[in-house]
Write a protein that binds this ligand. Structure first.
Ligand SMILES: C[S@@+](CC[C@H](N)C(=O)[O-])C[C@H]1O[C@@H](n2cnc3c(N)ncnc32)[C@H](O)[C@@H]1O
Length: 184
């Protein structure tokens, strides 16, 4: 028996596929990073990655990496100021996490020209497995409605994903337009 952390699951295909849309690998935020599957992906692609979670035990393998910053913070503390202040990132990744009050701060964290890559469960999932709490399940088209006032939508899906097991997922890639910018 060892106390070694179990290996992180593989990265999401959605995140892996769309990460190259940012053609200059600079800074990435992984919010509610868990065991850091997308932290590892970002580091591998040349990003400097900030990984935030309330439980950072699964992120200890990045402690010695000069390109990784691990932040322990509870994102759901009522009335607490946004933990990252005015910092912005070229890519903001959120997977399998939803806390609706964060959306304004989350969207503001995407740098001009940067991308939001978001993927999590949606209503209907409660019939297939966890999570079942509607607070953690997106409404139909909710990610579209949340981002559209401030970001340009690049790609969106809202479907029953058959892999790795059937799950109702919603996914978006959205971009903050830079002052002088062409569409992707
Ligand atoms: C289902 S896991 C997803 C982890 C990772 N994003 C992934 O897809 O592999 C949800 C993560 O959200 C984190 N989390 C839950 N509530 C949180 C909170 N209030 N503040 C910060 N992180 C939280 C958990 O610690 C956990 O790592």
């Amino acid at each position: 028996m060892t106390n070694a952390e179990p290996p992180a699951p593989p990265p999401s295909h959605w995140i892996e596929r769309h990460l190259p849309l940012v053609n200059t690998s600079r800074t990435m935020l992984d919010l509610a990073a868990g065991r850091g599957r997308h932290v590892a992906l970002g580091l591998d692609r040349g990003y400097r990655v900030t990984a935030l979670d309330r439980d950072v035990t699964g992120l200890s393998r990045f402690a010695a990496n000069p390109d990784a910053t691990v932040v322990a913070a509870d994102l759901e503390t009522a009335d607490a100021p946004w933990v990252l202040g005015a910092r912005t990132f070229d890519v903001v990744v959120v997977t399998n996490y939803l806390w609706r009050p964060l959306f304004p701060d989350l969207l503001a964290t995407v740098a001009p020209g940067g991308l939001l890559l978001y993927e999590t469960f949606a209503l209907g999932q409660e019939a297939l497995g966890r999570p079942r709490n509607p607070d953690f399940l997106l409404h139909r088209n909710e990610l579209l409605d949340r981002v559209r006032p401030t970001l340009d939508v690049v790609a969106f899906e809202d479907l029953v994903d058959p892999e790795p097991q059937p799950a109702v997922r919603q996914r978006i890639v959205a971009r903050r337009r830079a002052p002088v910018d062409a569409p992707i």
